[in-house]
Write a protein that binds this ligand. Sequence first.
Ligand SMILES: [Mg+2]
Length: 333
Amino acid sequence: MYHAIRNESFHFLVRKALTGKTFLALFVATGCANRNAGPTSSNDSWARASLNATAWVQTSEEYRGMAFSAYNQAKEQLDHARFDPNWTALPEQEGKDIDKLPLAVILDVDETVLDNSAYQAWIVLNKQQYSPETWDNWCSKIEATSVAGSPEFIKYTNEKDVKIFYLTNRNFADSQGRELEPKTIKNLKEVNLLPDQSFSDGELTFFNSAGVEIILNNAVLMKNEFIDWGSDKTSRRTLIAQNYRVALLLGDSLGDFTGYRTEGRSEDVYKALNPDAINDEMNNHSGRWGKSWIILPNPTYGSWERSLFGFMDDIPPNRKAALKESRLAPWKP
Ligand SMILES: [Mg+2]
C-alpha cells in the first residue's frame, strides 16, 4: 500500500522535474556517504593508505571505546532532551513552537550504526578502490554488523517511546533502477537496529519544499528516494522537523549534522567552503558537539578525505595521494 503511494509520487516528481539526462545521472550517482568513486584499477600504495585506519576500526579496543562513549553519551543527552521541551538538535527549530511535538532521534547508517569495515578490509587486502558496484554488492549480502553500543541505544529510544529515523546516503535504487532499500532495512533489523515503531495517523505525512505530500511507511530515508533528497541531508532533516522535535543527531560525517545553505540550495560543507571558512562555520556550532550532536569516529573514508583531493574522484590514485600529502603540515627541523 505504502510503496504504491511512495513510488507513485516519486515517479510523478521525477517525470515532472527532470530531463532524461538528469534522471540517469541521479541513478548512477554513487551512494555510501559519497565515498571515493574512482576507477577500480589496482594500486598498492593507494589501497595500503587505508590499512591503518581499517585495522584500527576492526581490531582496536580504542575504537570500540569511542563508540561506546558516543552511545553512552547519547543516552544521557536523550534524557536531557526528554525533560526539556525546548531542547532541539536542529538550529532551525530553535525558538520555534516545538514543545508539543513528539520526540525523535535522527541517525546516519554507515559507520554510525552499521559497521562496514569488512568491505573496507576487502578493499585493502585486494588492492581495490570503492566502487558503487562492489558497494551495492556488499550491501545486498546483508553482512554488516552493528557499531558497538548502537543496538543498546536503539533499544533505549524505543523503551522511552522516542522515534528514530535513519537518513542514509545509500542509494534508494541501483543503476538498473532496482530498489536497494529492503536490503538495508533487513540488515538493520537483523542486528537489532530497527525496532517496530508505532506511528499515529499523519505522523509520517510530510510536505517537501514544493508543497508536495510525501507519505513514508518506514523510518529509513534513502538518497534519491524522493526528488529533493540528494547527498546533502538538510532537506530530509527539514522534513522530519515538520512533525518531530529532534532530540539528537548521530553520525560519522559533518553532513550528518549540517549542510551549507545558500539561496535555497544546500550542499556538503566540505564541498562548498575552503578550510578556513569551514572552520569559521563550525565554530558557530561548537557548543552542540557532545550535547545534541553525537559523532562517531570514522578514519576510513568521508567527505573530509575527498575534500583533500578536491572531490575529483576520477583522478588517478597516485595523484590523489600527492594532493593529500600536500595538505599535511610537517615539522621543518
Ligand atoms: Mg556514515
